[in-house]
Each structure stands twice: as structure tokens, then as C-alpha cells.
Design a protein. Structure first.
Length: 255
């Protein structure tokens, strides 16, 4: 059984066939999906994500303000998230972090909002899901200044230095379809050196379809291809990778 540790299936990309997508995931052996609600914290995006999780036994939910939307985060947004995460189907605060590639929100605002959400998550005793892009040093610096945060580096695409620092801080490392890409040799080297008990797999769908589905809309069933790639890297069977990453997920979230 596989666990897709990071998916966005509440979005409009799946409005036409969401139930079929969930069915296909089950058919492929994906037993659990962590669906991550993003978007304007003042819209009904988080409520929609939570509703989906309530309709499906094997879909858990994370909600938080993505760095892209950091400029929309304020006291009212934080209050709303704190209230919504009381729902027992919500198991993580995220995704939060820094994205200096797109810079959709000013960097100083991203930094401030990242710190605020780390503190809030800690107060609520929830792990965080971290999104970091082209902001490695800043991300680590903030995590060191906010001790006792626990969480996942999702869609990991950094170098070994970042992986080592994340591991030292106690974080899990989740690989997406990027690790299957032809040009991702360096990332596969990183994946090889991540201890097996810290590995997770994800799709980050609808984006980043793994090979052989590149160019198509991604969906949770395709997480099997990420597991297949990691199995090759670690010289394990695909079933062993499925078991290990699922055990890691359950242990980490105390499910
Ligand atoms: Zn992300
Ligand atoms: Zn995401």
C-alpha cells in the first residue's frame, strides 16, 4: 500500500472527475492521500479541502497559507486556520515556507508569515509541511530560529547540503515525480543518501507528473512511479519502499 504524502485534489483541475481519480488511486494501491488545501485564506479554499477529507476515510487534510499567498495572511487568516485545524481530519499545517523563484509575495512578507505559521503550528501541536524553492539558506535559518518545529520538506528538489540540514533538524523528506526526471541525477544521489526511515513519497498533483506520465495531469495513482524510482535507487523492491514510506507516514503523524 502506498501513501501519497502531498496532493492537491480539491482543486478545480479535478472538478470533472475527482471521484474517478480517487477510485484509480485505490485501484493502484494508494491507501492514504494527504490532500493539501491552499489558496486565499479568506476564501472557502480550506473549507473545501476539509470537506473532501470528511467525505473520504483515507484522505487526510493539511491547510496553511502557501508562500505564494503570504501577502494575504493576517490575524484573521491565522484565527481561521487555528479554528479549522481543530477538525480531527486535519493532521498538518501547510504548506508553508518560502518561494523565491516565483516571488508571488514580497520576500520579507514570506519570511514573516512563515515564522508566524511555524509558531502557530507549534502552539497547536501540529507538524508542518514545508515548501521551499530557491530559498534554502533562509529556510534553514528560520527553522533553526524556531526550534521544536517538526515536519516534512515536501517535493524535495534541493542538494545534499539542504537534505543534511533538514535531517539534522529532524524533518522528513518527501520526493515527488521530479526524482524520476532524466536530468535529476543529482537529486537521485540525494535520495540515495536519505535514511530509509525518513523517506516519504508524494505526487504534488496536479503538477509534476512522474515519468512515464510527464506532460499529463498528475494524480495520486502515479505515486507508484515515485516509489518505483526510489526502489531502484535504494536497491529495494517496490513493495518494500511502499511499506517503508507508509510506515514512516503513519509513525510521523501518529495515525
Ligand atoms: Zn509546494
Ligand atoms: Zn503542494
Amino acid at each position: 500500500m502506498f501513501i501519497d504524502s502531498h496532493a492537491h485534489i480539491d482543486g478545480q483541475e479535478f472538478d470533472a472527475d475527482r471521484e474517478a481519480v480517487i477510485e484509480r488511486a485505490h485501484g493502484a494501491g494508494v491507501s492514504v492521500i494527504l490532500n493539501v488545501g491552499t489558496g486565499d485564506p479568506h476564501s472557502d479554499a480550506f473549507e473545501r479541502a476539509i470537506a473532501l477529507g470528511q467525505q473520504h476515510e483515507n484522505i487526510y487534510t493539511a491547510i496553511g497559507t502557501h508562500p505564494h499567498d503570504a501577502r494575504l495572511y493576517d490575524d484573521r487568516a491565522e484565527e481561521k486556520i487555528r479554528e479549522l485545524i481543530q477538525n480531527e481530519r486535519v493532521i498538518a499545517w501547510g504548506e508553508i515556507g518560502l518561494d523565491f523563484h516565483y516571488d508571488n509575495s514580497p520576500r520579507d512578507v514570506q519570511v514573516d508569515v512563515f515564522k508566524r505559521q511555524l509558531r502557530a503550528a507549534r502552539e497547536c501541536e501540529l507538524p508542518v509541511v514545508i515548501h521551499t524553492r530557491e530559498a534554502e539558506a533562509e529556510t534553514i535559518e528560520i527553522l533553526k530560529s524556531e526550534p521544536e518545529s517538526r515536519g516534512i520538506f515536501h517535493c524535495f528538489s534541493g542538494n545534499m547540503d539542504l537534505a543534511e540540514k533538514a535531517l539534522e533538524l529532524g524533518f522528513m523528506i518527501s520526493f515527488s515525480g521530479i526524482v524520476t526526471f532524466k536530468k535529476a541525477e543529482e537529486l537521485r544521489e540525494v535520495a540515495k543518501r536519505v535514511p530509509l526511515d525518513r523517506l516519504l513519497i508524494e505526487t504534488d498533483c496536479p503538477y509534476l507528473s512522474p515519468i512515464p506520465y510527464r506532460g499529463k495531469r498528475n494524480e495520486p495513482a502515479f505515486v507508484v512511479e515515485v516509489a518505483r524510482c526510489l526502489a531502484g535507487i535504494h536497491d529495494l523492491s517496490i513493495d518494500e519502499v511502499a511499506q517503508q514510506t507508509s510506515d514512516n507516514f503513519s509513525r510521523f503523524f501518529r495515525l
